[in-house]
Design a protein around this ligand. Structure first.
Ligand SMILES: Cc1cc2nc3c(=O)[nH]c(=O)nc-3n(C[C@H](O)[C@H](O)[C@H](O)COP(=O)(O)OP(=O)(O)OC[C@H]3O[C@@H](n4cnc5c(N)ncnc54)[C@H](O)[C@@H]3O)c2cc1C
Length: 446
């Protein structure tokens, strides 16, 4: 019997190895490289952005006390400004600068990384690590050229799914008892008459659930939604489509759309949310995710047909993109030096070693069709912080690993708030700075 023997060729070594180039990974790599470390970012996709680009998660949710008091600054604001300058970004009327076009975002992130001197390695999946004396030594990955390794002094896990955490054998959790966050398969439609849709929403919106904002550029920024729990402006269309069997119950359980700046006629869907009646889907289980992809595409077929048949402005629209990646809200979470809790979020807890500030609610999407989600806000006018210790493995575990992004050390519920993109940018930025600081202090440079 032939045996499968993988021979890994050592490619090179660096100071800081960033695993995964989503929001947290790009922030980590840019801050590490800008602060003087030789930085390599390894990414399994063929583009940066992770959920933001690959799962079409646009826009970034608002993280601000009010229009003037934005809680995330630093690299997050820089990338929003770069998006606006590139024609693929905009600030909404509530002051949120995080509206963007996911395709333009890809090259904006490339530019930020290459200008900072980050070496980008796309299309490389990390599959293993070498640990010696409680230190990570190298990561092993595969690409079309074969099997390779890269050594580093410091490692940052920004894989979203905590792949380095798991491969290193350190403590983590995923889900909670029988609870999981639902996954979604997002998509976009082009050819929508957004002016017609915007006008209809403005004329019919009684609850303020469908904001519309006309930019000087002529862009129409708008969003609206439908769920069974609320009296949404779009409700009559959904009632009719359900009555006519044009939609199934699960298709209408969560519907949300946003227009996309600099992209006339383009609408991004934050749905379908794939929620079976009777089972929890695990983002780490390939049988589950494979089923989800085919089911998700069938739901997209029905939802897009519904839009064309019922919604104002959609008559000549068409699907232009289905996300290449599944939208995963939560999978592995580090159990680190501090585990952020729901109580910290809701009580507005502050920390001396804070790396991010946020007032985003605990936002849990139920994984089963008939379950209720959660939307629980921090105290009015207040915000909580994420401590650096929530990015660090326990002291008796790996010494040179930092974790940032949605796989931070938080309970299931607290992660439901901390996971938004703005916070991932802050965590990544802090992780990159700390990694460089450790490299320099080990070399005796201050
Ligand atoms: C459906 C959905 C809706 C959401 N809505 C919003 C919203 O409206 N606003 C908001 O701000 N946030 C929203 N979020 C949350 C937010 O988008 C994510 O939590 C955030 O983008 C995660 O960023 P990250 O950098 O931690 O991880 P990711 O974006 O997941 O990035 C991880 C990266 O690591 C790479 N990777 C993974 N494993 C490996 C490996 N083994 N080797 C190499 N590379 C690897 C991946 O390809 C990816 O590029 C939503 C999320 C989902 C799923």
């Amino acid at each position: 019997m032939p045996t499968l023997e993988l021979k890994y060729k050592e490619l090179e070594s660096c100071d800081v190895l960033v695993a995964g180039g989503g929001s947290a990974g790009v922030a980590a790599a840019v801050s590490s490289a800008r602060s003087g470390a030789k930085t390599i970012l390894i990414e399994k996709a063929t583009f940066l952005g992770g959920m933001a680009t690959g799962a079409l998660v646009t826009p970034m949710m608002k993280n601000a006390l009010d229009a003037k008091n934005i809680l995330t600054k630093g690299l997050f604001l820089e990338v929003c400004e770069r998006l606006i300058k590139s024609g693929g970004g905009a600030t909404f009327k509530d002051g949120n600068p995080g509206w963007f076009n996911p395709e333009i975002y890809k090259w904006v992130l490339d530019e930020m990384c290459t200008e900072a001197g980050v070496r980008l390695m796309f299309d490389c999946q990390i599959v293993s690590v070498l640990v010696e004396n409680k230190s990570l030594k190298k990561v092993f990955f595969i690409n079309k050229g074969g099997c390779f390794s890269v050594s580093a002094k410091e490692f940052i896990d920004t894989t979203g799914d905590g792949d380095l955490i798991s491969l290193s054998g350190i403590s983590y959790e995923s889900g909670e008892k029988n609870k999981r966050q639902a996954m979604s398969l997002r998509f976009m439609m082009a050819g929508v008459e957004t002016k017609i849709l915007g006008k209809w929403l403005q004329e019919n919106d009684k609850n303020g659930d469908s904001p519309v904002y006309l930019l000087d550029s002529g862009d129409v920024l708008l969003s609206t939604a439908f769920t069974y729990e609320k009296d949404w402006t779009l409700k009559p269309f959904f009632e009719k489509a359900l009555e006519n069997n044009d939609l199934k119950k699960e298709d209408a359980a969560y519907f949300q759309i946003f227009s996309v700046p600099g992209s006339p006629g383009l609408i991004a869907f934050n749905c379908p949310r794939i929620t079976p009646k009777d089972k929890d889907l695990d983002p780490l289980n390939n049988e589950n995710t494979s089923w989800l992809l085919t089911e998700g595409r069938q739901m997209i077929k029905r939802i897009s047909n519904f839009c064309k048949k019922y919604l104002p402005g959609f008559q000549n629209s068409y699907i232009c993109q289905i996300a290449p990646c599944i939208g995963v809200r939560e999978s592995r979470r580090l159990i680190g030096q501090y585990v952020l809790t729901a109580d910290d979020v809701l009580s507005g807890k502050k920390f001396e070693d804070s790396v991010a500030s946020s007032n985003w609610p605990i936002d849990i999407h139920p994984s089963k069709l008939n379950e209720k989600g959660q939307l629980r806000h921090p105290k009015n006018g207040d915000y909580y912080q994420i401590p650096l210790r929530s990015l660090l493995p326990k002291e008796n575990e790996i010494k040179n690993l930092i974790v940032a992004g949605r796989c931070l050390s938080a309970t299931f519920e607290a992660q439901g708030s901390a996971r938004i993109q703005a916070n991932c940018w802050s965590m990544g930025e802090a992780a990159g700075l700390l990694a460089t600081k450790r490299v320099k202090s080990n070399l005796g440079i201050c």
